[in-house]
Design a protein around this ligand. Structure first.
Ligand code: HBI
Ligand code: FE
Length: 285
């Protein structure tokens, strides 16, 4: 069966097999840049004191500002030299194997399009705000940069296997929805949280979700739901907690996780080290 060809809505053309298209920053409209400015202003205000400090370091170094949608070529001049990563433009979600191939080669696929003013708070596919504001700044951090590339290699190794579902949970609960302990207190680390106004506050301050110390096998067993705020967050104690994803070690963790039952988001297990947020949050106030 032939795969359905994907059409890039902007050009009306079939996208190439690697799904890469030119960003063409000159084609953004005044409305597109205004949407970026609105989202950027709202999020940077909310993230003050809530996001890991390296995030700002990356944002500034890469020249990601509230003026308008960044030019990928300009960011790449800095990013490539720092950690070997580049940002490449894609029309939207790309198939898993394509996504992993890019990550393994230190290319981060970012949606080039930006959401419409009617969709400021919820989109189904990643746009340039989620991808560039959310993911790209931390690619300047060497440990995070290595973890993302290692995830790409692991993804390729598991592509087509049932255990890819377990591996995807690791990405979800670190890269997208991770929290991190810092000397200053509990901070947002995941791009899914930090590009969302509502979840930026909820993830740190709501008494509703569980917050549990990061444990690789526990994460590999934990299902996730994509259409509402998370029921559980995993808290890294630092970049050293990011698993090396070295094949033999990862295979052992995945096999062990798959021998046990899945855990539903929001469910606690006996070995969980639960982080009391009131304590984590107020200890620094
Ligand atoms: N494609 N553009 C894009 N961005 C993603 O974050 C992405 C993707 N394709 C697949 C995918 N994520 C997920 O399967 C991750 O679990 C890897
Ligand atoms: Fe994302």
């Amino acid at each position: 069966m032939d795969p359905v060809p994907r059409i890039d809505p902007r050009s009306g053309r079939v996208v190439p097999p690697d799904f890469l298209v030119p960003q063409e920053p000159e084609r953004y409209t005044a409305q597109d840049h205004a949407t970026w400015r609105t989202l950027f202003a709202r999020q940077t205000k909310l993230l003050k004191g809530r996001v890991v400090p390296d995030y700002y370091v990356g944002l500034e170094a890469l020249g990601i500002t509230g003026t308008g949608i960044p030019d990928f070529a300009e960011m790449n001049q800095v990013l490539k030299r720092a950690t070997g990563w580049t940002v490449v433009a894609v029309p939207g979600l790309v198939p898993d194997e394509i996504f992993f191939t890019h990550l393994a080669a230190r290319r981060f696929p970012a949606g080039y399009w930006i959401r419409s003013p009617e969709q400021l708070d919820y989109i189904e596919e990643p746009d340039v705000f989620h991808d560039v504001f959310g993911h790209v700044p931390l690619l300047m951090q060497p440990r995070y940069a290595d973890y993302m590339a290692a995830y790409g290699r692991a993804g390729l190794a598991y592509a087509g296997h049932a255990a890819l579902e377990n591996l995807a949970r690791l990405y979800w609960y670190t890269v997208e929805f991770g929290l991190m302990h810092t000397p200053a207190g509990l901070r947002i680390f995941g791009a899914g949280i930090l590009s969302s106004a509502g979840e930026s506050v909820y993830a740190l301050e709501s008494s509703q979700p569980l917050r549990v110390s990061f444990d690789c096998e526990r994460v590999l067993r934990t299902r996730y739901e994509i259409d509402h705020y998370q029921g559980i967050y995993f808290v890294l104690s630092g970049y050293n907690d990011l698993p090396a994803l070295e094949p033999a070690d990862l295979d052992a963790h995945v096999a062990s996780a798959r021998r046990l039952t899945d855990i539903l988001p929001g469910h606690r297990i006996a070995s969980d080290r639960v982080i009391a947020t009131a304590e984590a949050w107020h200890s620094e106030q």
